[in-house]
Design a protein around this ligand. Structure first.
Ligand SMILES: [Mg+2]
Length: 329
């Protein structure tokens, strides 16, 4: 996928799923917890063996948890002592996504108990978190019993499964997965785009396989910002009278012009309206700035209209042009 295409998919996303460890936050929660349980070395050894030996995720998760044997009390102490540290600009990115009407989810092979407090602080509700759930007994410390095997993230291939589920349940069409790891990359497809994140750790296969690889979340914020300046906006209101025998041709040409213009990055508004009087029509067009209007006039869809005009289909035309200083927005 070309960079420009990836940026377009990003801008049009309706749902963005973030991996948590080494993406939203700067550490691997399971390693921090293992350290805290005094099983750091054994757990990282097991993680390596599991990866090399192709152990299934659910098996390696069960084995690592067995080594750690984390009580609820211990998890809470860990959250107090070393809470997850959000990556730079992640809060700003999430706010920008939400302001643009995009749904934000966390999809992680880590643990809800560790993720949810950070998610809440970042404005991502519980129901938008997909992660593994530790189960504790009713004793005072809450001893570790196991993990919820109903969570799709407990299994290999869990992330693509969550993306499919979200598409099914919420009708999302353009889901983007953002993450640092190979299991995140697996989510496309069904995700429309995979953004590799290398701000905490750069993994070469992810860097090579990502549709778009970023090391700083500001790179993702920038395309979402509406940099439009109201002062620079230009709009035209065009009134045309069309020859009676050319009205059908006119409508066909304008269908092309309207559709093409609306896809232009610099076009804010393009409408064909029925004017007052027989065979009278209006176009209402608004562009971010004069340069955008100039480039509109170089497009093929504009050319189709220009050709129609040259062919003598227009009886009369008048244009009212306004600039930003008198456009109220
Ligand atoms: Mg990760």
């Amino acid at each position: 996928m070309a960079r420009g295409e990836a940026v377009e998919v990003w801008k049009n996303a309706d749902c963005v799923c973030f991996d948590f460890d080494s993406t939203v936050c700067m550490e691997e929660g399971i390693d921090v917890l293992a350290e805290f349980c005094g099983a750091g070395e054994e757990v990282s050894q097991l993680t390596r063996t599991a990866m090399e030996g192709g152990m299934k995720y659910e098996e390696s998760l069960a084995a690592r948890l067995k080594l750690m044997n984390p009580s609820l009390k211990l998890v809470q102490q860990m959250l107090q002592a070393s809470p997850p540290q959000p990556s730079p600009h992640v809060a700003e990115l999430i706010n920008t996504l939400k302001a643009n009407g995009k749904h934000v989810y966390f999809v992680s092979g880590g643990f809800r108990q560790i993720i949810e407090p950070t998610a809440a602080a970042l404005g991502v509700p519980r129901e938008n978190v997909f992660a593994n759930n530790l189960i504790f007994d009713d004793s005072e410390d809450g001893n570790y019993v196991g993990f919820d095997t109903n969570e799709p993230t407990a299994y290999s291939g869990g992330k693509p499964k969550v993306v499919s589920l979200l598409m099914e349940q919420h009708g999302f069409k353009n889901v983007v997965m953002v993450g640092d790891g190979a299991t995140d990359m697996e989510a496309r497809p069904p995700a429309a785009l995979f953004v590799g994140f290398g701000g905490v750790v750069v993994r070469e296969p992810v860097k090579a396989g990502a549709d778009w690889f970023v090391t700083d979340f500001t790179e993702l914020i920038e395309p979402l910002e509406n940099k439009m300046s109201v002062e620079e906006v230009v709009a035209v209101f065009v009134t045309v009278e069309i020859k009676p025998d050319r009205v059908e041709d006119f409508k066909a040409v304008m269908a092309i012009d309207v559709e093409g213009s609306r896809k232009e990055d610099g076009c804010l508004r393009f409408d064909l309206l029925k004017g007052e009087g027989e065979n009278v029509y209006n176009f209402y067009e608004m562009y971010k700035n004069q340069a955008c209007m100039d480039s509109h006039k170089k497009t093929d869809h504009y050319g189709a209209w220009a050709k129609f005009k040259e062919s003598g289909g227009v009886v009369s035309q008048s244009v009212a042009k306004t600039t930003g200083s008198n456009v109220a927005m």
